[in-house]
Design a protein around this ligand. Sequence first.
Ligand code: ADP
Ligand code: MG
Ligand code: MG
Length: 199
Amino acid sequence: MLDADFFRRWMTATAALVDREAERLTALDSPIGDADHGSNLQRGFTAVTAALEKEAPDTPGAVLILAGRQLISTVGGASGPLYGTLLRRTGKALADAAEVSPEQLAEALRTGVDAVRTLGGAAPGDKTMIDALVPAVDALGESFAAARDAADEGARATTPMQARKGRASYLGERSIGHQDPGATSSALVMTALAEAAGE
Ligand code: ADP
Ligand code: MG
Ligand code: MG
């Protein structure tokens, strides 16, 4: 079973990975965006870890709702409301359980990803974070490691895609040949989840 501490570890591991990979995320956002994805998420997840330390939420749902709220209020870019919605809606779906099973997390995360799809209007193949998140959630029933690998593969598969949502879509065909920064950061979020689970 996964308790509030597990979810805290997931968020702090995400913050650490975002810190480590911030330059790469911003570099990916340079040819097909506005070169701020790494700094956007760094600001957001720094606020997440600070809030989690200060408020010490004691259920899985409360950890994710607090984290999501921080992302929405501190990240200016498109990714803030999208990741914020992902975490908040996943947290809401976990309600006030003190512990949840991996299956319950997989189901809740599916709700969260669906909310991101509704908010952003992106479908698989549009070259966004959805291209990493959907395969990850599909694989989560198997294991955390499988979800991490699926997200990674999903992120790499965005390279030949033409962007249909977000800033990169303004480039039309010129968006082809670059890996999507948001799909790449989603793979980091799933890597952090596998780390928190010790996989
Ligand atoms: P901004 O584009 O506002 O500068 P970021 O650079 O932080 O925001 O985030 C860009 C990423 O957000 C993209 O790489 C993409 O994965 C994701 N994104 C943008 N628009 C959408 C959308 N409508 N649906 C899903 N993801 C999106
Ligand atoms: Mg950007
Ligand atoms: Mg921006």
